[in-house]
Design a protein around this ligand. Structure first.
Ligand SMILES: [Cu+2]
Length: 135
């Protein structure tokens, strides 16, 4: 039984780093998944690789093949939500790990916002992670 239909355009419309807001629905099942930073700190500067792992909290196992459709990286934690930087996907190094290239133009705290679909699950994983950029 299919309980909820998602608009076909969702995956397309929310792609891109210019995204400011994602309207999403989270159901109980999808709450079992979360993104975790592989490394909580990064050196400030251009072209830094950041990696997140998508984890099934019940099993502790990484979850491969998720479709990440919304990403944003900005300095909201340091009071600069308008200071956003571009995020480019990089190939993953292992299943369940998702990597991005980004320029951290300023030292401080950056918020990585992610929205993702998990294969076989209804709803959306939404995570906000704080990365510390050091000088
Ligand atoms: Cu800033």
């Amino acid at each position: 039984m299919k309980a909820i239909q998602y608009p076909r355009t969702l995956g397309v419309a929310l792609t891109g780093a210019a995204l400011t807001c994602a309207a999403t629905v989270a159901l109980a099942d999808i709450k079992n998944y979360e993104f975790r930073l592989v490394e909580p700190t990064v050196k400030a500067g251009p072209d830094k690789a950041i990696a997140v792992k998508l984890v099934d909290k019940k099993t502790g196992k990484p979850v491969p093949d998720a479709v990440i459709f919304a990403t944003r990286l900005d300095m909201a934690p340091d009071g600069m939500p308008e200071m956003a930087t571009r995020l480019d996907p990089l190939p993953g190094t292992e299943p369940g790990t998702y990597r991005f290239n980004a320029t951290f133009g300023m030292a401080g705290r950056w918020q990585l916002s992610l929205g993702a679909k998990v294969q076989g699950e209804t709803g959306t994983v939404e995570s906000k992670l704080v990365i510390q950029a050091d000088q």
